[in-house]
Ligand binder design. Structure first.
Ligand code: ZN
Length: 230
């Protein structure tokens, strides 16, 4: 399970814990400006172990791999102090070229060593269609390349691929109830600025594109839930 400490990967972790007998988590230190998400992942794992009896037995080893080469290459608003904006080619400058490809390759190499062939990631093309490495076509091609190149049959599961942020909150609720929604609000950090300030929709600066998307998704989720109750 590629686990970053954000909302999406927390929902995916819950998804994995309901489907597999044992789940190992892997995070990546790639010189991201915000160490806040690496701290968030530890808090989330600790709370899952403490609060979710059905899942704590399944939650196995956690790994953090260094991929500093991404900040060495640089040029992204996620690894350098440059203002968040749009590149000349129309992609957001929060795009880190090759990041998900490297993450999946490193995760597959680790999985191979550990006899694991199912990889789970929070990639989603609905909200981040600007990111070419989050598209299902890319993920399918990577799955094929990894299976060929490591001579093992990998399956890359992306449960969020075709759902939006409101549906991600609903999924968390279906899988782990209000308790998982609460944990997601309390602990997860998805913010591009790496702020861990608290809001009713979770932690973040409240201003950046990731926070705006998340806040809007939570508002829609809350509205849909309220209309169901009425
Ligand atoms: Zn933010």
């Amino acid at each position: 399970m590629l686990f970053s400490g954000g909302q999406d990967s927390t929902a995916c972790l819950a998804w994995a814990l309901t489907r597999f007998e044992s789940v190992e988590t892997v995070g990546f230190a790639y010189g991201q400006r915000h160490a806040a998400e690496l701290q968030a992942r530890k808090r989330i794992l600790a709370r899952i172990r403490a609060e979710f009896d059905a899942w704590k037995q399944k939650l196995a080893a956690d790994h953090v791999l260094e991929l500093g080469v991404l900040s060495q290459i640089g040029g992204s608003a996620l690894t350098e102090r440059i203002a968040i904006g749009v590149r000349a080619d129309g992609l957001p400058n929060t795009f880190v070229p090759g990041r998900n490809l490297l993450f999946l390759t490193a995760a597959a190499a680790l999985a191979s060593r550990r006899g694991i062939h199912d990889l789970v990631g929070g990639m989603c093309e609905t909200d981040y269609s600007g990111y070419p490495d989050c598209r299902s076509q890319t993920i399918e091609a990577v799955q094929h390349a990894l299976s060929l190149g490591l001579a093992e049959n990998f399956v890359i599961h992306t449960p969020l691929m075709h759902i939006d942020k409101a549906a991600t909150w609903s999924l968390a609720n279906q899988l782990g109830g209000e308790q998982l929604v609460r944990l997601t609000i309390d602990e997860t950090v998805t913010c591009y600025e790496g702020s861990d300030a608290r809001h009713d929709w979770g932690r973040g600066c409240g201003e950046c594109p990731a926070c705006s998307l998340r806040a809007a998704g939570f508002a829609r989720y809350a509205q849909e839930k309220a209309s169901r109750i009425r």
